[in-house]
Design a protein around this ligand. Structure first.
Ligand code: REL
Length: 987
């Protein structure tokens, strides 16, 4: 599929907004704006508009020279400020040096150094100098004081005696100041991924900060973070080799990355690891940085799961071992001390398993009460004063649904189904739980139906769609995403953090722009567009089915040329990426390789590997000599896969990412990963001497002359796929010659005679200018060695009254109509409800969904909200309508999410997309990443019809509709879109 990235922007992802620029604007305009700002409140006025960067490389009136002519302005941090602020100031110092080659002087002390221009960094209430500027009315902090994590960057003229101009970076709190510094770093050209993905620093000779006030306001989501999980073998092997394990040196890099992305919350690695216990310097370092430490959903009271293995006495069972468990947890709270943390409460079974049969709600409530008592005892404060979460993960949500409650101050961490589909959201209008709600989301998972932990498989449009709902339904206290090994989730991870900071900034229609901007921040503007396209497309393709679930049977080898299209599309992507890689400056290659080229290549290769294995199996069944070539190709692709991993591990960035691609991903037989990658099983055929012709046709897996029945091609119509193929293949060792005879002069065959060594594909097409109208059966006769003759029937349907370009809407061919949701004829909005396109969401194109997502349930019919699809059907009779929906879950605990379908004026049929409420159904939805719902409809006469897709519940996301008029063949993605003449009216 071709995505067009029409919107181009150079807005930054998280740049602080400029609030005013009085010195450069005409006075009258300033007065008007001042008035507008005054009405809207100190920061709110300009905070809704994006502005381009607040950095310039040219000198200008009242611009602050951060670095000019080889000299950088000194940085000053008060000795009274947080040590974390001083630590990050060192990063700022290093960043400015990297960008400009001129290292600024950094002073952390009681007195600022003497300089005409100076960078003053400080936290309100922690920096006497900045507090004095506020008192002297030289710095207005009205919009930031008392706010959460808010920073302000402002150029202040004559801040104090002897100083002409200062660049003040002030924070409302510790993280506010830190974010201000990292924002400046990013703005001057240091990506948050400069270390974690080797993104080159964008060097500049001179750097100026524009006058005015720059702020990004408060984050929409209070705690934003990620969970390092499932970290063996990749991240574990890497951290062991590079840092000696998951120690404070490793976490130093993690904390920095998190904060550069303006995150604040971390669940540390826990597969045999325990952050507090492994290295006593790690947790204090987190606290110094301002990273809020938690433990994962099943590790109560800050104690890592592995610590129970290390120190626990007796069984992990509250019924039988309460005292020891309490003691264990108490130690966790004592150790936490005053470190800023969010404490997990509740209990699951040992090793993240459900609790035993005997566990019940009363017992769990007791556990929570006892845990809170420990929290209160140890902290000496009421439990409600320590932030806590209770994660409604897996069976724990069932306890909640059955009535279990925890005290109101605890944040309820709602979860997805481990596959990116949120299971539960607060009810709109429901009394707000004072602890609020959060979301635990997955980009990586170990569990059924299958692990997915090798590559990034998370297209951001679906993440957007789910997290948009979370935001709108009020789950805004905490967002945490399971990122596995961190790499290779760089792109979706940063999207998660940016979206959490300001969801309103990124409506669906700006997602492509987000991707371009991200690409630009890493690689500069020259290739930003094509790189964004590759990023979006490889994740889209990987989102169709996790690589771990791909098998030789996934894509149809015979219908709709599905498998070969998949290979072709992936390979085109790789070709584009390779071209950019060759062209781009050497300094960018490592970053580009890990962020773009490698995932595209590795995914393309993996898909081709399985599809080629499928071809080998099919060919072997048909006894084709070429089956053995396919087997050889499988070996080649398998070796290429291993070579790609080896390059990533050993050569990329001189071995910096050693072990990072240790994850096995081939030869899964059940949910758990294989011990090692094993080449898929291939079949070899014995090729006899001599020549023997076999003939296969598109749409069938059998061959002739073995098959007695008639060989028939899919139907030709002016409205469908314009060529169909016949394959001639050799079952023997020696080449043979063939001759083809077409039964009509207007039925073209790409080659009328020739020699076949192994195989030859003939493309058949119709010259519509010359073909008669009506339905014709035309034989194509192929004669091969030993007078073997095979007759293939071509059916040509050239309707009298239906002409391309004249007919409107979609047209049936080959027994189906396949319609992309985005290609509706008419979208009918009503009241506040409107249909919106979510660009690029879904397996084949884009998706449509009704908004707002909190809208009331609708009664379908009459003039209620609907999408209409005009289609031309060739016959009367019964048809089946398959609606392809994103596998959204029943997040509002109703009977299930519903929509309705009707054709023409028939009564809408209401369909519950969750009517099959079984583990089997869910397994299929998530594995296939689609929920297909089918309804049956009567068509009274051939001709034009209107299919209506009605809104019933919000949250239903339609990707495509396939109408089966009797000829639909099995495939994974559904048939490619049918012929259609676009026509959009009355939207
Ligand atoms: O993905 C999840 O949330 C869980 O499977 C993990 O939290 C779990 O701890 C797993 O890594 C095993 O311990």
């Amino acid at each position: 599929m071709k995505i067009s990235f029409s919107i181009y922007s150079s807005w930054r992802l998280r740049s602080l907004r400029r609030i005013a620029q009085p010195a450069q604007w005409p006075k009258s305009l300033c007065l008007v704006l001042l008035f507008v700002f005054a009405l809207a409140g100190p920061l709110a006025a300009a905070a809704t508009d994006d502005v381009p960067s607040y950095i310039a490389t040219e000198k200008g009136l009242n611009r602050f020279a951060l670095s000019a002519n080889g000299k950088s302005a000194p940085i000053y941090v008060s000795a009274d400020d947080y040590p974390g602020v001083a630590r990050v100031a060192k990063h700022l110092q290093a960043d400015i040096k990297q960008v400009t080659n001129a290292e600024p002087q950094l002073t952390v002390g009681k007195k600022a150094p003497k300089a005409k221009e100076i960078v003053l960094v400080g936290t309100l209430g922690k920096s006497p100098l900045i507090d004095k500027l506020v008192r002297d009315k030289k710095l207005d902090v009205a919009g930031i004081a008392g706010r959460w994590e808010t920073s302000l960057i402002q150029v202040v003229e004559k801040p104090m005696r002897g100083v002409d101009r200062a660049l003040v970076i002030v924070g409302s709190d510790k993280r506010g100041t830190i974010y201000g510094m990292y924002d400046l770093s990013e703005e001057i050209g240091v990506s948050p991924w400069y270390w974690w993905a080797d993104v080159p620093v964008k060097q500049k000779q001179n750097v100026y900060v524009l006058p005015g006030r720059h702020t990004e306001g408060e984050p929409a989501i209070k705690y934003r973070g990620f969970f390092i999980n499932d970290e063996a073998p990749a991240l574990s092997g890497w951290s062991q080799e590079k840092f000696g394990g998951f120690n404070h040196k490793f976490y130093d890099k993690v904390f920095e990355l998190l904060l550069r992305m303006k995150g604040n919350y971390l669940w540390p690695a826990m597969w045999g690891n325990a952050i507090y216990d492994d290295d006593s310097l790690s947790a204090p370092l987190a606290d110094e940085y301002g990273v809020v430490l938690g433990t994962s959903h099943h590790e109560p009271l800050t104690r890592a799961h592995d610590e129970w293995r290390r120190y626990g006495k007796g069984a992990w069972n509250y019924n039988t071992n309460k005292e020891n468990l309490q003691e264990f947890w108490r130690k966790g709270m004592e150790r936490m001390g005053t470190n800023e943390s969010i404490v997990t409460i509740g209990m699951r079974g040992d090793g993240d398993e459900p609790m035993s049969e005997g566990s019940n709600i009363a017992l769990l409530e007791q556990i929570v009460a006892d845990q809170r008592q420990i929290i209160a005892d140890v902290t000496g404060k009421p439990a409600s004063e320590t932030p806590q979460i209770w994660a409604l993960y897996k069976e724990v949500q069932d306890y909640y649904d059955r009535g279990m409650r925890v005290p109101d101050d605890v944040t309820l961490l709602l979860a997805d189904d481990n596959w990116g589909n949120i299971r539960k959201l607060p009810k709109p209008g429901e009394k707000q739980h004072s602890g609020g709600y959060g979301i635990y989301y997955h980009y990586d998972y170990v569990g059924g139906p299958r692990n997915y932990k090798w590559l990034n498989t998370n297209p951001i449009p679906r993440v957007w769609e789910q997290m948009h709902m979370a935001h709108k339904y009020g789950a805004d206290r905490i967002w945490i995403v399971n990122v596995g090994d961190i790499k290779p989730m760089e792109f979706p991870l940063e999207f998660f953090m940016d979206y959490a900071w300001n969801p309103d900034k990124w409506p669906a229609e700006r997602l492509q722009e987000y991707t371009v901007t991200w690409a630009e921040e890493q690689f500069g503007s020259q290739y930003a567009q094509p790189i964004a396209e590759i990023l979006a497309t490889y994740s889209k393709y990987n989102g169709r089915r996790k690589p771990e679930l791909i098998s030789p049977e996934t894509y149809s080898l015979t219908n709709y040329r599905e498998a070969e299209r998949v290979v072709e599309e992936y390979n085109q992507l790789v070709e584009k990426a390779e071209k950019i890689y060759q062209e781009m400056p050497a300094g960018y290659k490592d970053a580009f390789y890990q962020l773009v080229l490698f995932p595209a290549k590795a995914s393309a290769n993996l898909n081709e590997l399985h599809i080629t294995t499928g071809k080998n199996h099919l060919y072997a069944k048909q006894n084709r000599a070429a089956a053995n070539d396919m087997a050889a190709k499988v070996r080649e692709l398998f070796e290429k896969d291993q070579a790609l991993m080896k390059y990533y591990n050993e050569e990329l960035a001189d071995g910096k990412w050693s072990h990072m691609m240790d994850q096995t991903h081939i030869s899964y037989t059940y949910w758990q990963q294989p011990e090692k990658d094993v080449m898929p099983t291939v079949k070899l055929v014995n090729v006899a001497s001599g020549a023997k012709m076999g003939v296969a046709v598109e749409g069938s897996d059998t061959w002739w002359p073995r098959e007695k029945g008639q060989a028939e091609l899919p139907e030709f119509t002016p409205f469908g796929q314009q060529t169909h193929y016949i394959e001639l293949f050799n079952q023997g060792k020696d080449p043979f010659t063939y001759k083809v005879q077409s039964g009509a002069p207007w039925l073209n065959v790409s080659s009328m005679q020739g020699t076949v060594e192994k195989e030859q594909r003939l493309l058949i097409s119709v010259d519509w200018q010359k073909a008669p109208t009506g339905v014709q059966q035309v034989p194509i006769t192929i004669t091969g060695p030993n007078n073997t003759t095979v007759k293939v029937q071509a059916v040509i349907n050239n309707p009298v009254d239906l002409k391309p370009g004249v007919v409107k809407g979609f047209v049936e061919s080959n027994g189906y109509v396949s319609m992309e949701a985005a290609h509706y004829t008419r979208a009918v909005d009503r009241g506040t409800i409107e249909w919106q396109l979510i660009p690029d969401l879904g397996k084949t194109m884009s998706a449509m969904s009704p908004f707002p997502v909190t809208a009331e349930t609708q009664q379908p019919g009459g003039d209620s909200p609907r999408l209409e699809y005009r289609m031309h059907l060739l016959n009367a009779g019964e048809v089946k309508v398959h609606a392809y929906l994103s596998p959204t879950l029943n997040f509002n605990a109703s009977e299930g999410l519903k929509f309705a379908v009707s054709i023409d004026d028939a009564e809408p049929q209401i369909i519950n997309m969750h009517k099959e409420d079984s583990e089997g159904a869910w397994n299929k939805w998530v594995a296939d990443n689609i929920n297909i719902q089918t309804s049956t409809h009567k068509i009274d006469k051939p001709g034009e019809h209107v299919l209506r897709f009605w809104m019933v519940d919000p949250g239903v996301v339609l990707q495509k509709i396939v109408v089966d008029t009797g000829g639909l063949e099995p495939s994974y993605l559904g048939p490619p879109e049918s012929y259609y003449q676009p026509e959009k009216a009355n939207q």
